[in-house]
Design a protein around this ligand. Structure first.
Ligand SMILES: Cc1cc2nc3c(=O)[nH]c(=O)nc-3n(C[C@H](O)[C@H](O)[C@H](O)COP(=O)(O)O)c2cc1C
Length: 310
């Protein structure tokens, strides 16, 4: 029974304002059977020797196994492993069903897909009220790039870096390049486009064909003049290209009184569907660290520059 000036609920809620990562701690029980539990109580303790801790509720089925284990592994879950977190938080179930584990220190199972593995030797256990605090000495670690899963205010989340702007020296002539917008735009375009345009080329399309098919996606219709602006291809080349695409059933070209109209087709859409997905991934990688408001603002600002310089 709590005799404090706050309720257990208030205590839990207050603790939940402290964002943590999510781990699954694994070990072997006395019979050599794999054991695992989701834990957000993981934390660092000491650099020298390298020690970490986590705590397990004493009423967990797996508490004895963890308290007595010689070795355990802390698997730091990736942002894609919400289902794994839930699976290893479900008491009294076969948590390892359908999980293809690998073997870590002392034969302890490790979970593929985790972004970091801390392979630990038991160091000490301490009484921590209704939890047992387990301290491990890290004997080995493997860490991969990737975003970790976050637990915050009772829900899963992902961590985004808060962008910081490096200070620039505006009055210094030798740092003219630091404020040279055209340089930033060119370099951003070059770097962002390089890898993606290679995917387009590997897929057997020219950059111009990709741009036209992307503009006509969803069976979109555009005048030749608008399409020329959008794709940055001159109208003569564009007309030839559109007729070529029409032969392959990937576009329809119509000569109307108002001018030439080009319309996308289902076949054209299908031809670039996977490239659109690749592009969306490339764009979200390029915008990493910017929230959706900042990304929208960036696009609005670029649209303004396009309008002002048209
Ligand atoms: C995000 C999250 C974090 C958790 N952190 C802990 C923790 O640090 N310590 C703990 O004892 N239980 C924690 N739990 C609950 C345990 O995962 C759960 O009680 C345990 O797996 C029970 O399994 P068992 O009874 O089969 O041992 C957490 C659950 C979730 C969903």
């Amino acid at each position: 029974m709590s005799t404090e000036a706050f309720s257990t609920r208030e205590f839990r809620d207050a603790l939940s304002s402290f964002a943590t990562g999510v781990t699954v701690v694994t070990c072997l029980d006395a019979n050599g059977e794999p054991v695992g539990a989701t834990a957000s109580s993981f934390n660092s303790v000491s650099m020298d020797p390298p020690l970490i801790l986590w705590s397990i509720t004493k009423t967990a089925y797996s508490a004895d196994a963890f308290i007595n284990a010689k070795h355990f592994v802390v698997n730091v879950l990736s942002a894609e492993q919400m289902a794994t977190s839930n699976q290893f938080a479900r008491s009294g179930t076969d948590k390892f069903a359908d999980v293809e584990v690998e073997q870590g220190i002392g034969g302890v199972p490790t979970l593929p897909g985790a972004i970091t593995f801390f392979e630990c030797e038991a160091w000490a256990t301490y009484d921590g009220g209704d939890h047992e605090i387990i301290v491990g000495r890290v004997k080995g670690l493997r860490s991969m790039a990737g975003s970790g899963l976050v637990f915050y205010r009772g829900a899963y989340a992902t961590a985004e870096a808060i962008p910081t702007l490096a200070p620039t020296e505006t009055n210094d002539v030798s740092h003219f390049i630091d404020n040279y917008l055209l340089y930033y735009m060119s370099r951003a375009t070059h770097q962002m486009g390089e890898e993606f345009h290679q995917l387009v080329a590997d897929d057997g399309l020219t950059t111009k064909e990709w741009r036209v098919l992307a503009c006509l996606y969803n069976e979109n219709s555009m005048s030749l003049a608008d399409l020329a602006k959008r794709t940055m291809v001159d109208q003569t080349t564009l007309l030839e290209l559109s007729i070529e695409l029409q032969k392959q059933n990937m576009a329809r070209v119509q000569q109307l009184d108002a001018g030439t109209k080009v319309t996308g087709t289902a076949a054209g859409q299908e031809r670039v569907a996977h490239l659109i997905e690749d592009y969306q991934k490339a764009e979200s990688n390029a915008l990493e660290g910017l929230d959706s408001d900042a990304s929208e603002t960036l696009k609005t600002m670029l649209q303004r520059i396009i309008k002002n310089t048209d």
